[in-house]
Design a protein around this ligand. Sequence first.
Ligand code: GSH
Length: 213
Amino acid sequence: MNLTLHHYWRSSCSWRVRWALELKKVPYQSVPVNILAGEHQTGAYKALNPSGQLPTLVVDGRLFSESLAIIDWLDEIVPEPALYPSHALDKMFVKQLALKIVAGTQPLQNPSLLKLFSNDEAERKKHAQHFIGNGLAVYESLLDRGQPGQFSFGDQITVADLCLVPQVYNALRFSVDMSKLPRITKIYEACLKTSACDRAAPHMWGQALLPTH
Ligand SMILES: N[C@@H](CCC(=O)N[C@@H](CS)C(=O)NCC(=O)O)C(=O)O
């Protein structure tokens, strides 16, 4: 099987997929697409991914987007380490957390959406802080309904962590107040200490160091 990932080093959705590929030890070719230079909006890139967003995965010539769909496929073809708990209710819980980020937070802070709110950088930052802060506050409170442990669901790295950690990275970039998010902060730190997460992280693919808080 031949895999090529079109991704951007700082894109949170790209980090999710890179991390899953690392965990599953699936080799892939990397094609960087520079969002800052607008490469994702070119006709050539949109021919790969009509949404003009990152990432896109090419599997034996077939084109796929949507990070969660890609991660779920990887989890199916390489079952270990499993990215969901085995019990169906626990699985729903983890998917709920992941979707809170994938559908309920990240799209609301995407640069293409922020531009519609305002041309002013400071205003855009305020919007991003609002939506990320709200999304993470909900995630933090949902954690109480799960299983205690070092990650979002006990001690198993799940899809929820793959979505949460890159979102926290964005939160720190936008200077979101993390003081009321102690469990999320601990999960972020614990995940960054794992080698698969680190190898997939922006600092391995771009220039900037991970932000601290
Ligand atoms: N739901 C999509 C979202 C993809 C997405 O929003 N990607 C961002 C980077 S994390 C992007 O390409 N943003 C550039 C833009 O929207 O102009 C996924 O999970 O893959």
